[in-house]
Design a protein around this ligand. Structure first.
Ligand code: G5P
Ligand code: MG
Length: 223
């Protein structure tokens, strides 16, 4: 295992809806890692109305991958700001080009791959609703809001992301598979795969893997 002073560099790979965000949140809370989500950074850019954001929005809405040079620049900028922190990447790298760019700036310790059946992914994504202003995400089956259709904290309406609509979902899943194959191949020496239909069942295994690399700051939480 790495020395206590070594900074952990970890990546969570998985198709849309596989639970990357959910698992990364739990890891971040339990181990004090920075959770860096490429999708979240892109959505923040869009909210800011920057020119790059307007371009990115066209891809996100259609469920298409943003061009490598765009997302790579966003992520390199964010990683640069966090040189002294442990971090965990959610949604990046997604293509071989992105993985090579990342390899150019750091050495990864650990790659977690979430293998979730296609039918499960489709069901999850179409049940997802978000509160646009805060980014809070609900799932009508897994973590529903207290009141149907409205955000718990603000009472404002929830919306479905364009890319979670059925037409977009199938396209995203296809694209993901094609792009991810060479990335998974590249990382095979440090890759840990977890399969299943429920995040709660996968989580204890992810937790124990992380515990072997970095001391928890919070003991395992009940989920
Ligand atoms: P994102 O934001 O990275 P995706 O499409 O990869 O988006 P997404 O949709 O955010 O992935 P996730 O993070 O893998 O999914 O999963 P999640 O949000 O935790 O869980 C999905 C849903 O299922 C949630 O509602 C959750 O509550 C629920 N859930 C979790 N576990 C369970 C369970 O056990 N049971 C049940 N019933 N439900 C569960 O990227 C967005 C877009 O940005 C661009 C692309 O356009 C992408 O489409 N982008 C990039 N483009 C190029 N390169 C990159 N590197 C890019 N990164 C982002
Ligand atoms: Mg996500």
């Amino acid at each position: 295992p790495p020395m206590a002073s070594k900074l952990l560099r970890a990546v969570v790979l998985g198709p849309p809806g596989s639970g990357k965000g959910t698992v990364c949140d739990r890891i971040a809370r339990s181990f004090g890692l920075q959770h860096l989500s490429s999708g979240q950074f892109l959505r923040e850019n869009i909210g800011g109305g920057a020119e790059a954001g307007a371009l990115a929005q066209q891809y996100l809405e259609r469920g298409l991958l943003v061009p490598d040079h765009v997302i790579t620049r966003v992520m390199m900028t964010e990683l640069e700001k966090r040189r002294e922190q442990h971090w965990l990447l959610d949604g990046f790298p997604r293509t071989l080009g992105q993985a090579k760019a990342l390899d150019g700036i750091c050495e990864l310790d650990l790659v977690i791959s979430l293998n979730i059946p296609f039918e499960t992914l489709k069901d999850r994504l179409s049940a997802r609703w978000v509160h646009p202003a805060s980014g809070r995400v609900y799932n009508m089956d897994f973590n529903p809001p207290h009141v149907q259709g409205v955000d718990d904290l603000t009472g404002e309406p929830l919306v479905q992301r364009q890319e979670d609509r059925p037409e977009a979902v199938a396209a995203r899943l296809r694209k993901y598979k094609d792009a991810a194959k060479p990335v998974i191949e590249l990382y095979k020496g440090i890759l840990y795969s977890f399969s299943g239909t429920e995040t709660n069942k996968i989580w204890p295994y992810v937790y124990s893997l992380l515990s072997s690399r970095i001391p928890p700051i919070h003991p395992e939480e009940e989920h």
